[in-house]
Design a protein around this ligand. Structure first.
Ligand SMILES: [Zn+2]
Length: 170
């Protein structure tokens, strides 16, 4: 598995729901995703970032021994009106960081690899990781959440990333 970098069209694809009777097929995929994410010191990784288009993402905020989560078919069911601004990076955008506004608290539903259903309310960093990764599953990237001024400032860096992808695929 390799990280898909901005410019790779897979990042704009929408992920499909995973049938719950196929969950066993995603065990080794999840393990590989954790591995790739750890190598790059990420705290969240979505399917498209490793070239897949199934609704799976992994999270490891690394702040407790049970911080590793495999998240299947997530949906955000409510957003708080209150927002937070926090600096984000993305493994698909090496070298780029930007302040992004997101809901402070969300309610999210998802399944784990055993098919267990969860409905949780979370805030702060974990809520942010969920929002960032669920965006990926919908083909939405953090640059889409930036202000026009932020995007303008990053224009050259973004162009470089895109071009590096074009030369790779030639
Ligand atoms: Zn990302």
């Amino acid at each position: 598995m390799e990280i898909a970098i901005y410019g790779n069209p897979v990042l704009r694809k929408k992920a499909k729901k995973i049938p719950l009777d196929k969950l066993h097929e995603y065990r080794s995929i999840a393990d590989q995703m954790f591995e790739v994410m750890r190598e790059d010191q990420g705290i969240g990784l979505a399917a498209q970032q490793v070239g897949l288009t199934d609704k799976i993402m992994v999270i490891d905020t690394q702040d407790s021994p049970d911080s590793k989560m495999v998240v299947i078919n997530p949906e955000i069911t409510s957003y708080s009106k209150q927002t937070d601004t926090m600096e984000e990076g993305c493994l698909s955008f090496p070298g780029i960081r930007a302040n992004i506004v997101r809901a402070q608290t969300i309610e999210v539903t998802f399944y784990d690899l055993e098919g267990k259903f969860y409905r949780i309310t979370c805030s702060d960093l974990i809520a942010r990781v969920f929002q960032h990764e669920i965006d990926h599953l919908n083909g939405v990237l953090f640059i889409d959440r930036m202000t026009p001024a932020q995007k303008l400032m990053l224009k050259r860096k973004l162009k470089k990333l895109r071009e590096s992808q074009e030369t790779q695929s030639e």
